[in-house]
Design a protein around this ligand. Structure first.
Ligand code: XIL
Length: 377
């Protein structure tokens, strides 16, 4: 799609904005104009990166330079920054911020609160003292330091649990120590520490056609509606896109409706953590790569038609470094083999295990005409 065509689709989207959208939170910003403006430039592409991929001889360097947005894959988490209480180490965030500044890229902080990578000392302290100062100190160590350098933060990651949660909120240390309002408190605290940063929450398992994902979509929408109604400073919602081919095709209409409903509350949106877990690695490679590319194309088709969508980030660039390999016994066997048989890896990212571009690379370029990723490899 050309720049002109994408502008056109934005303008036609404006024409058909339902009255309800204009009347809701979006009216605050002139019928959602700030959302549309962000989309006028087309939406952007980014990827999760690991610190070692940013150094001089990394085979991923040229692909990383083509990203508009960089996200630390795991080294931005609380437990990776401050594994010893009161002794934060900023080396990794500093490296990614410096790299991004050199290449004119933006950085998304990931994440301030995520139960899974919260240090044990912090869990203990929160549960014992129930004192918000534990969280405030953590935020104060990162947000002001990177103000103007990290322009988007995942403030809370993965907070919904419709099966065993408390009114759909996951029973995490944060939730246990501070109650379900911890999400609102976290956003308010983050806004004070860096008034300029865009603040987001980010959630998974929202894109498949099954009763669990449907419940999770409803729960997230209710949470976002509640936060926005209370005036909590929530700017963006991240929809994690870990697609599992075994779970069937992405239900495009349902997803489109869900994105629209979220946007109607006044937030902008991002597709985050996009990758594909394959279901059959015995198929010919071209067929496997086609299925992966088509699955992501179906997400991108929905995203393209949603004016509030600002970006898509994949969870890594190369299969060799994908976290999905950690989840697969087949891959564990392949990684143990010498030499590495990269065809046995899950092939859910744009580049294969030897950094060769796959069909997905071209699919992304075609769908993101205004991203620097659209330029040939
Ligand atoms: C994963 C990383 O990719 C792994 O390397 C790490 O060991 C665990 O975390 N949802 C998220 C991401 O929000 O932070 C997770 O990343 C993947 C699931």
């Amino acid at each position: 799609m050309t720049m002109l065509a994408s502008r056109r689709s934005v303008l036609s989207a404006l024409m058909v904005l339902p009255a309800s959208a204009a009347m809701s939170g979006r009216s605050k910003d002139l019928f959602g104009l700030s959302q549309l403006e962000s989309r006028m430039d087309g939406y952007r592409f980014g990827a999760a990166v690991r610190p070692e991929q940013l150094s001089g001889d990394s085979p991923l360097l040229s692909a990383i330079r083509k990203c508009d947005i960089l996200v630390p894959e795991y080294h931005g988490q609380w437990s990776a920054v401050e594994w010893r209480r009161g002794d934060p180490w900023y080396g990794n965030y500093d490296a990614i911020v410096a790299f991004a500044a050199r290449h004119g890229q933006s950085v998304r902080g990931h994440s301030l609160i995520w139960e899974q990578m919260t240090p044990d000392w912090a869990r203990q302290e929160m549960l014992e003292k129930r004192d918000w100062r534990t969280v405030r100190k953590h935020f104060a160590s990162l947000l002001p330091r990177y103000s103007g350098k990290i322009d988007e933060w995942v403030v809370v990651n993965e907070m919904i649990d419709t099966e065993e949660g408390d009114r759909d909120m996951r029973r995490t240390s944060f939730q246990r120590a501070y109650g379900n309002d911890y999400v609102a408190h976290a956003l308010e605290t983050a806004r004070i520490m860096d008034p300029k940063a865009r603040l987001m929450i980010n959630e998974y398992a929202l894109y498949h056609d099954n009763p669990t994902d449907e419940k999770r979509r409803k729960a997230l929408l209710r949470l976002v509606e509640k936060l926005k109604a209370k005036g909590v400073p929530l700017d963006m919602v991240g929809i994690q896109g870990h697609i599992e081919l075994a779970k069937g095709p992405v239900p495009q209409k349902r997803l489109a409706r869900f994105l629209r409903d979220l946007a109607d509350t006044g937030v902008t949106l991002a597709l985050t953590e996009v990758d594909v877990l394959e279901s059959d690695r015995s198929l010919p490679l071209a067929e496997r790569d086609g299925k992966v590319a088509d699955a992501i194309a179906s997400l991108l088709d929905v995203a393209r038609d949603e004016p509030a969508m600002t970006s898509i980030t994949t969870w890594g660039l190369s299969d060799r470094d994908s976290w999905l390999q950690e989840r697969s016994a087949t891959t564990q066997a392949a990684l143990g083999a010498v030499p590495l048989d990269t065809t046995m890896l899950n092939r859910g990212l744009p580049f294969d295990g030897q950094m060769q571009p796959k069909r997905l690379r071209a699919t992304l370029a075609a769908h993101l005409p205004t991203s620097r990723f659209a330029a040939s490899a």
